[in-house]
Design a protein around this ligand. Structure first.
Ligand SMILES: *Cc1c(COP(=O)(O)O)cnc(C)c1O
Length: 482
C-alpha cells in the first residue's frame, strides 16, 4: 500500500482489495443521535449498532473476511473429533509459527484462563510489557500479580520511539533478582500493545527478553492477538528486518517463545483462538483444561467454519499487502488529524487512532471523564462510535475515591478492511469540527455505576445542557446535512 506513489504527489493509502459484499449503513440526523446517546446513558457500549454510522468501538471479531475465507467456510468438515478442518488449521499453525502442538480455544481470554490456571499460583508474578484487561483479570483471579515494565517512552502520549511496546530489560532483571526466579510464573510479551495504542515491540527487544528468560530458566509467553500489526511495523521500522519476509519475521519471533497464544477475533480475520507450543510437557499440562473449559481437542469451542476461515486468514496474514491495510489507514487518519492540530497518540500504531482527550477537552476535570465525554460528543456530531480508555475504564478504590487514569484516550478502532477512505475522511472532518467547538463539550457524571467493569454497563448523564448546545451549533454550521 505504502509503495504506491501518486502522480499528483498526494499521499493516501490505496486499498489492495475490492469490496464484493456490502452492508448498508444508516446515518441518523443529529437530533436523533442526541436522543440515542442519552438513551444509551452516554456510554458508547450501550448504543445499538443500527444507530451507529461508523462502528469504531473495537477491532475484535469485526474484521472483513476475504473471498477465500468465505469459500473455505463452505468446505468445513463437521465432526466432534478428528475433523479434517482441524488438521488443516493445525498444519497452517505449524507452517507459520513452526510449533508442533496446537490447542484450540473459543477466544483469546480462554487462552489466558488456561495459561493462568496452569502456571500462576498464589504470590506468582507475571512481568509483561503492558497488561491487557482480560489477561490481568485471569492472573489476579489465580492469586498472581502483574508487573508492567514497558519502556518509559511507551506511556508518553507523543514520543516518536518506533517501538513503544518494548520491555525495559533492566526492570525485568531487577524484578527477577528482587523476587527470585521461582516466583515468576512466566514473562509475557504482548504484540501490538493494545492499551497503549497498538504500539509494537521489536524483534531485537524480544531477543533481549528471551536472553534474560533463558538465564533464569523462565518461560516466555507471547500474546500474538495483535501480531499482524506488529509484524508490519517490524518490517517497516527495524533495519535488519527490511529484507526479511513476513514469514521469516514470524518464525524469528516464534522461535524465541515457549508459548504463543492469540485471539482469532483479531489475528486471522475470524473468531476463536488458540495456544501453540513446541514443548510437549507444557502442552500436556494445558491439554486437559481445554477439554474441561473449551471443548474437545479438535475444536476447542470454535465452529468448523470459523476454523476454516482462520486457517485462510492466518495464511493471508503472511501477506504484507494485507496486513499493512489497517496501519496504513490509521497512519493516514492520525497524520490528517495532526495537520488540523488535533492531539493524538504518536507515532500511529495498529488497532486504531487514539485521540488524547486530556488535551482535546483540557477544561474537563478527570473526575468528569473527559474521554467518555468526548466519545459521547463525537457520536452526537458524527454517528461515529469510539471507546473510552481513561478514568471511566478504571475502578474506584476501596474508599470509593476515583482512581484517575494516567491517559485519557478516545480510541477509534479501525476494523481491518472494513471502511473506505471517504468514510475515514468523514470521521476526520467531524472530529475537526468538534475540535473547533471543543469549548462546548462538558463533563459526564454516573447515574448508574456498577462496581466492577463500570465502563461496560454504567450509565451517565451530562453535567449541564452542553449536549443540546452542541446540537444547536451543529445545526447552525450544517443546516441541511445529517
Ligand atoms: C482482545 C485481546 C485479548 C482477548 O481476546 P478475546 O478474543 O477478546 O477474548 C487478549 N490479548 C490482547 C492483546 C487482545 O487484544
Amino acid at each position: 500500500m505504502s509503495k504506491i506513489r501518486f502522480f499528483n504527489g498526494e499521499q493516501i493509502p490505496l486499498e489492495m482489495h475490492k469490496v464484493r459484499i456490502v452492508q448498508k449503513l444508516e446515518l441518523l440526523p443529529v437530533e436523533k443521535r442526541l436522543e440515542c446517546m442519552k438513551a444509551a446513558g452516554n456510554n458508547t457500549f450501550l448504543l445499538n449498532n443500527r444507530d451507529v454510522f461508523m462502528d469504531m468501538l473495537t477491532d475484535s471479531g469485526v474484521n472483513a473476511m476475504s473471498d477465500r475465507q468465505q469459500a473455505a467456510m463452505l468446505v468445513a468438515d463437521d465432526s466432534y473429533a478428528g475433523s479434517e478442518t482441524f488438521v488443516r488449521l493445525e498444519e497452517k499453525i505449524r507452517e507459520i509459527f513452526g510449533t508442533e502442538f496446537f490447542l484450540p480455544t473459543h477466544q483469546g481470554r480462554a487462552c489466558e484462563n488456561i495459561l493462568a490456571q496452569s502456571f500462576v499460583t498464589s504470590g506468582s508474578i507475571v512481568p509483561m510489557n503492558y497488561h491487557f484487561t482480560t489477561t490481568k483479570a485471569h492472573i489476579i483471579l489465580n492469586g498472581g500479580s502483574v508487573e508492567e515494565i514497558i519502556i518509559d517512552k511507551g506511556i508518553e502520549v507523543n514520543n516518536n520511539h518506533p517501538f513503544k511496546g518494548n520491555m525495559d530489560i533492566g526492570k525485568l532483571k531487577s524484578i527477577i533478582e528482587e523476587n527470585g526466579s521461582e516466583k515468576i510464573a512466566f514473562v509475557r510479551m504482548e504484540a501490538g500493545t493494545n492499551l497503549i495504542g497498538g504500539q509494537p515491540f521489536s524483534l531485537e527487544n524480544l531477543e533481549e527478553v528471551k536472553e534474560v528468560c533463558n538465564k533464569y530458566g523462565i518461560l516466555l509467553v507471547l500474546d500474538a492477538s495483535l501480531l499482524a500489526d506488529n509484524l508490519h511495523f517490524i518490517k517497516e521500522r527495524e533495519e535488519r528486518c527490511k529484507s526479511m519476509s513476513i514469514r521469516e519475521i514470524t518464525l524469528g519471533l516464534s522461535s524465541l517463545c515457549d508459548i504463543i497464544y492469540f485471539s482469532a477475533r483479531k489475528l486471522g480475520f475470524a473468531r476463536g483462538g488458540g495456544i501453540c507450543t513446541n514443548n510437549k510437557e507444557l502442552y500436556m499440562k494445558m491439554r486437559e483444561l481445554i477439554t474441561l473449559y473449551e471443548g474437545f481437542l479438535t475444536y476447542g469451542g470454535m465452529s468448523v467454519r470459523e476454523m476454516e476461515a482462520l486457517t485462510v486468514g492466518l495464511d493471508e496474514t503472511m501477506d504484507e499487502n494485507i496486513i499493512n491495510q489497517g496501519p496504513g489507514f490509521i497512519s493516514f487518519m492520525t497524520d490528517e488529524l495532526i495537520k488540523s492540530g488535533i492531539p493524538v497518540v504518536t507515532p500511529a500504531g495498529g488497532l486504531g487512532c487514539h485521540i488524547d482527550a486530556m488535551q482535546f477537552v483540557s477544561h474537563i476535570p478527570q473526575e468528569e471523564y473527559p474521554a467518555g465525554a468526548l466519545g459521547a460528543a463525537l457520536y452526537i456530531a458524527s454517528g461515529v462510535r469510539g471507546m473510552e480508555r481513561g478514568t471511566m475504564s478504571e475502578q474506584r478504590d476501596e474508599d470509593g475515591n476515583e482512581v484517575v487514569s494516567n491517559m485519557e484516550l478516545l480510541r477509534l478502532a479501525m476494523p481491518r478492511r472494513v471502511f473506505t477512505l471517504s468514510q475515514v475522511k468523514y470521521a476526520i472532518d467531524r472530529i475537526t469540527w468538534l475540535h473547533k467547538n471543543r469549548h462546548l463539550i462538558g463533563g459526564l457524571k454516573f447515574v448508574e455505576e456498577p462496581k466492577n467493569l463500570r465502563f461496560f454497563f454504567g450509565r451517565l448523564e451530562a453535567t449541564s445542557d452542553w449536549q443540546e448546545k452542541l446540537v444547536e451549533k451543529f445545526r447552525q454550521d450544517f443546516p441541511d446535512s445529517l
